[in-house]
Design a protein around this ligand. Structure first.
Ligand code: PLP
Ligand code: COI
Length: 337
């Protein structure tokens, strides 16, 4: 702990002091429990291990100049975990229990919230897993909900410096009517192979096209995609991407800045028309994109080596709200102390 260099944090696992656990047994959730162990003990036939019955969330807490800790939009993460649970037939964690567990996990690990001037944040990882045994493909009867935290820096090591994406049509992340809209582990397992290939090629992530027709832009690795042109913020409408809370927030902020908003199918060809392109998400915040390489057609779309005007404004604005530098006029932030 004493040797954490807050300014050099990447997006890596680190042990904090405590995590919060809650068990679902005999048809009901128990009380929140505090643990200082980083291991769990579950049945070898647990459905999470065999059949991928698991969902997770990702949110952040920030320390302001005033020393107060702010958690960003955790009610939205709570609701999304309910959607994910519903999508793969897991016991639903009530929104209040989810939020209490997050508050507890942050409060008990306050010393891991990075200082204001480091630009880092506390990453909060709620997890819901089927723990009960099944050997047929059926939902478990027992579940564990768990919240752990760790200090993190930027997800892409470049931070707010633009990086490149790659399109590789031979890979799909999710089926058109599958589980892409849920935050379930299977989607991430499905993206690892091509994600590694992309990194080996010098790209920060895969830009997926829609799985059915390969005509429209879909998900952007572990983040949503947006493009800006003609004073318009454009982001894909798709049933197979995660409804990003960052994107939802950026849409509100972009509108307030005077941008028009379009949430619609975004044809691949439009990549040639954008002035700015970015990936957005809790971990990625806004990661500006300098180029998209179409690996199948050996074709580049370029957006400049520096972050664009609107991406920079949006990045500064969302960070200012998260760190408490600007008033939280939307009620997005909960102050912890
Ligand atoms: N898309 C995927 C696949 C993700 O894993 C994430 C990260 O949570 C996002 C988008 C961004 O969502 P959010 O802004 O809610 O973090
Ligand atoms: C997030 O942005 O919180 C994510 O979950 C992305 C990735 C770490 C899976």
């Amino acid at each position: 702990m004493e040797d954490i260099d807050w300014t050099k944090l990447g997006f890596k696992y680190l042990d904090a002091d405590y995590n919060v656990r809650c068990y679902y047994r005999n048809g009901e959730w128990g009380e929140l429990e505090i643990s200082s162990l980083n291991q769990i003990n579950i049945h070898m036939a647990a459905t999470s291990l065999h059949y991928g019955q698991e969902a997770f969330e990702g949110l952040k807490a920030f320390k302001g100049k005033d020393g107060k800790i702010r958690i960003f939009r955790m009610d939205e993460n709570a609701k999304r975990m309910q959607d994910s649970a519903g999508g793969i037939l897991m016991a639903n964690i009530p929104v209040d229990k989810f939020m209490d567990a997050v508050r507890k996990a942050v409060t008990m690990n306050k010393r891991f919230v990075p200082p204001y001037d480091s630009g880092a944040a506390l990453y909060i990882r709620p997890l819901l897993i089927g723990t009960g045994p099944q050997i047929g493909v059926n939902p478990a009867e027992e579940y564990l909900f768990l919240v752990f935290v760790m200090p993190v820096g930027p997800y892409f090591p470049e931070g707010f410096k633009p990086t490149d994406l790659v399109i590789m049509r031979e890979f799909d992340r999710a089926a058109p009517q599958g589980t892409g809209k849920y935050k379930v582990g299977g989607n991430y397992a499905a993206s690892m192979y091509e994600g590694k290939k992309a990194k080996e090629g010098g790209f920060s992530a895969v830009l997926y096209l829609d799985s059915k027709e390969k005509k429209y832009i879909d998900e952007c690795g572990p983040a949503n995609f947006f493009g800006i042109k003609n004073n318009t913020y454009i982001t894909p409408l798709s049933d197979s991407i995660l409804p990003s809370i960052t994107n939802k927030s950026l849409i509100v902020l972009a509108k307030e800045m005077g941008l028009k908003i379009e949430r619609r199918k975004v044809p691949y060809e439009e990549l040639a028309e954008f002035d700015e392109v970015g990936a957005c998400g809790t971990a990625a915040v806004i990661s500006p994109i300098k180029g998209v390489y179409d690996n199948d057609n050996d074709k580049w779309f370029k957006y400049g080596d520096e972050p664009g005007k609107w991406s920079t404004k949006l990045y500064n604005k969302i960070r200012a709200i998260q760190y408490g530098d600007e008033p939280d006029t939307h009620g997005w932030v909960e102050i912890i102390e």
